[in-house]
Design a binder for this molecule. Sequence first.
Ligand SMILES: Cc1cc2nc3c(=O)[nH]c(=O)nc-3n(C[C@H](O)[C@H](O)[C@H](O)COP(=O)(O)OP(=O)(O)OC[C@H]3O[C@@H](n4cnc5c(N)ncnc54)[C@H](O)[C@@H]3O)c2cc1C
Length: 431
Amino acid sequence: MKKCLIVGGGFAGLAAAVYLSKQNFLVELIEASPKLGGKAYSFFDSKRNSILDNGQHILMGCYKETLNFLNIINSENNLTFQKSLKVSYIDRKGISHQLKAAKYFYPINLLIAILKYSAVSIKERISIIKFCAKLIFINPTKMRDESVSEWLKSEGQNENVIKSFWEIIAVGALNCSSDDASSKIFAKILKQMFFTGNFSSTIIIPSTDLSKMYCENALKYITDFGGNILTSESANEIVIKSNKVVSVKTNKREIDDFDFILFAVPSHAIPKIKGLPESIIDIANKIKYSSILTFHIWVKDFKMKNPFIGLINSQVHWVFDHGEYITIVISHADSIINYDETTLFNIVKSELKKYINLTDANIIDYKKIKEKRATFVPSTEILLKRPSSNTEIANLFLAGDWINTGLPSTIEGAVVSAKIATDSIIQTIKS
Ligand SMILES: Cc1cc2nc3c(=O)[nH]c(=O)nc-3n(C[C@H](O)[C@H](O)[C@H](O)COP(=O)(O)OP(=O)(O)OC[C@H]3O[C@@H](n4cnc5c(N)ncnc54)[C@H](O)[C@@H]3O)c2cc1C
C-alpha cells in the first residue's frame, strides 16, 4: 500500500485525501490550524453559543467535481438544491427583480428568464441574449487577452447592463473587479453555468454549517479507510534527496514514511516552507489575492422574502437569510477592508436601510469577519503563471484553488485541483 502525506486540510487537501483513500492509498493529512476547512470553515461563537461560518459559501450545479466529492463522503443531504435557477435582486430604489427560469424546456427557460429580468430595459435584455447566443460559439482559450469589462463593452453591453447584470455574476464568481479579471476565465465559467444543462445554472446552498457540511464527513471517510488526520501540525521544512522529498519537518516531529507528498496549501503558505524548489516559490510569490468581508447580523422583527438576494449597484453584494441572523457579503472588498469597524458597519447599515429597509431597531448584534486573502485575482497575468500539479521533484505534487485548473478560486477549483493531483500521483505509479 502506497502512502501519501497531504499538507493542508481545506477543500483541496480533504478531497485529495478522500480520492486517494478510495484508491487504496494510506493517507496522512496534517493541517496547520486547529480546525479543518481552510478558507471554508466554521467556528464556535461562544458569545452567541452557536456555530458560524467564516463566510457564506454557495455552490452551483456546474460544480460537478465538488458534487461528486460530497456524494462520496455522503454529504449531499447537507445541501439545499434549486430545481431551476432563481435569483432575486433589489435595486437602489428598493424595487425587486428576478432572474427566474422555469423548471422545464432548457435552454429556452433561461432565455425567458433573461427576457423577464426587469432590472434592465427590454432593449438591454435583447443585447444580453444576443451576447449569450454569440458566447455559445466562442472558445475561451482562443479569445483575446483582455479584461471582463473590456470584453463586455466590445460586445455591445452598455454600462447599465454591465452594472445590473454582468457585474453581479462576475464579482460573485471571480471576487475581483471586472477591470482586473480575465475575459477568458469569465467566458469559461459562463459557458459552464449556462450552456451545460439546466442543473448547471442552479444555486446550491449549504443547509448546515461548513464543518458539518463537509469537514466532519470527509474526516470520517478518511479515518474509516485507515487514514490519519492531524490538526495544529504545520509542515515547516522538507528535505529533498535524489530528486525526491524524503522527509518533512513539522512543528511536532519529522515524517519520513511516505511515498508521495501533496501540498494542498494556499500560494502564500508556500514561501514559508523551507526546502521547496525556488521555481515553485517564484510562482507562488506572483499570485495576488482579493478579500471578502462578511457581516453576520442578528435581527428581530425582520423577515426576508427570499433565502438570498443580490443588491444591484451597491457596496454590499449579497444578503443571505439564516433565520435569526442574516449574512452580508461584500466581495472584492480591498478598498474598504482596512476601515475601522464602526465605519464599515455604518456603510453596511446605510446600504441595508436603502435596499431592504433594515433599521437600527431591527439589529440585535453583529459579527464581522475579514478574509483578506479570500481568493486569488484571476487576471490575465496571474492565470498564465498558475503552476501544474506535477513538479520538478518526482514525488512532490501541488493542489489548491490556485493550481492551474482553468477555473477561478472557488470550491470547485479546489476540488478539481485535488482530482488532477490524485490522478497525477496514480499515473506516476503506473508509468
Ligand atoms: C469568505 C469566503 C467566501 C467564499 N465564498 C465562496 C463561494 O461562495 N463559492 C465558492 O466556490 N468559493 C468560495 N470561496 C472560495 C473557497 O473557499 C476557496 O476557493 C476554497 O475553500 C480553497 O480551498 P483550498 O483547499 O484550495 O485552500 P485553503 O482553503 O486555503 O486550504 C489550505 C489549508 O492549508 C493549511 N496550511 C497552510 N500552510 C500549511 C502548512 N505549512 N502546514 C499545514 N497546513 C497548512 C491552511 O491552514 C488551510 O487550512 C470563498 C472564500 C472565502 C474566504
